[in-house]
Write a protein that binds this ligand. Structure first.
Ligand SMILES: *Cc1c(COP(=O)(O)O)cnc(C)c1O
Length: 363
């Protein structure tokens, strides 16, 4: 593909001086696990997001898993979440033995519909787990209010939303726990796997710190069953460099998204909807169309990538199909049948976007 969904090479070439130096610095000290870069990165992210604690872990999936364990969720507990997300959101709920309760989404933002969430609360509900899908914050104010009223935990899946804000406050800082992924293609991505749990609760932070390192606070003293789930020093050093540029990267994603949106009327597809409640950071640029197959064929012919995030909502995945046999979530199903994501990244040029738009015009 001449125009890929994401191009990680351009950004590396741009930051090569800073990144190579950071990597060389780690190799020179040969300190690889739980060292100074990890600590500094945690402090820098906590300050950036406006939270008290940030704990580096080995992936976004682990961030969700450890957050749910730290919160004490387990068998018999229901966690309300979105069916229109990456599988990891619901996998983490299953890892701790809790039950994912899928609730339908808003047809415009693709995020959890707060009114439907309210109706799904039962005496077994312990947490609400919204996903800030494609980089647009979920409608956090009503969700937080419901959590306060019903004594539930708000746990945010921020894997796609690093740097996004809602009512001026960072995603990840609204909930009891916020979970981030640094998978290479995410808005803030490392060069391997990485993740982070953030919280302003001292006890939850301590639990996550123990869980990520074999249940240990003091070396060779183990208080709970934990995991090997640490963010390594090489990744932390790389992420510290990229964190210095994240606002510029997110802004450029928005500039690109708005360029696409200004031109899409020409080709008759529905651009992404910004609800005006926060700042969308466009991890993905996703349109709605009834002509998806024709558009994808035309894009492929013009050597432009496109992708379907996500073709099957989670309640229709084989792994959940049996327990969700009675579940009907029509908006998620209709949206999954009509979404199409176009290439977006900070370094994407207008020339490249024109090529994508022209290709779609030929479908
Ligand atoms: C990427 C992603 C995850 C998982 O992150 P990994 O770092 O790949 O484990 C979880 N939830 C959502 C919504 C994601 O996009």
């Amino acid at each position: 593909m001449q125009i890929p969904m994401v191009d990680l090479q351009i950004q590396y070439q741009q930051l090569k001086g800073e990144i190579d130096q950071a990597i060389a610095g780690v190799l020179d000290t040969s300190y690889y696990i739980l060292g100074p870069h990890g600590q500094a990165f945690e402090a820098e992210v906590a300050a950036y997001l406006g939270v008290k604690h940030a704990v580096g872990v080995s992936s976004g999936t682990d961030a969700l898993h450890l957050a749910l364990r730290a919160a004490g969720l387990g068998p018999g507990d229901e966690v309300i979440t979105s069916p229109f997300t990456f599988i990891a959101t619901a996998e983490a709920i299953a890892y701790v033995g809790a039950t994912p309760v899928f609730v339908d989404i808003d047809p415009q933002t693709f995020n959890l519909d707060p009114e439907l969430v309210r109706k799904a609360i039962t005496p077994k509900t312990r947490a609400i787990l919204p996903v800030h899908l494609f980089g647009q914050p979920a409608d956090l104010a009503p969700l937080k209010q419901m959590c306060d009223e019903h004594d539930l935990l708000l746990i945010e899946d921020c894997a796609q939303s690093f740097g996004a804000t809602y009512a001026g406050k960072q995603t990840g800082s609204w909930g009891a726990l916020g979970c981030f992924s640094f998978f290479p293609s995410k808005n803030l991505g490392c060069y391997g796997d990485g993740g982070m749990v953030v919280t302003s609760d001292d006890r939850l932070a301590e639990q996550v710190r123990m869980l990520r390192n074999h249940g240990s606070k003091v070396r060779y003293h183990h208080d709970i069953i934990g995991y090997n789930s640490r963010l390594d020093e090489l990744q932390a050093a790389i992420l510290r460099v990229k964190l210095r540029h994240i606002d510029r990267f997110n802004l450029q994603r928005r500039v690109n998204a708005h360029y696409y949106s200004g031109r899409l009327a020409e080709v008759g597809v529905m651009p992404p909807f910004e609800d005006g409640k926060g700042m969308h950071v466009y991890h993905q640029y996703t349109v709605l169309t009834d002509r998806r197959e024709a558009l994808q064929t035309a894009l492929t012919q013009a050597e432009c990538a496109s992708a379907i995030y996500y073709p099957i909502p989670l309640h229709r995945q084989n792994v959940f199909a049996r327990v969700c046999a009675e579940v009907s979530l029509p908006v998620s199903e209709q949206v999954a049948a009509r979404v199409l994501s176009l290439p977006i990244y900070p370094e994407l040029s207008e020339t490249q976007m024109n090529r994508v738009i022209t290709a779609m015009g030929k479908a």
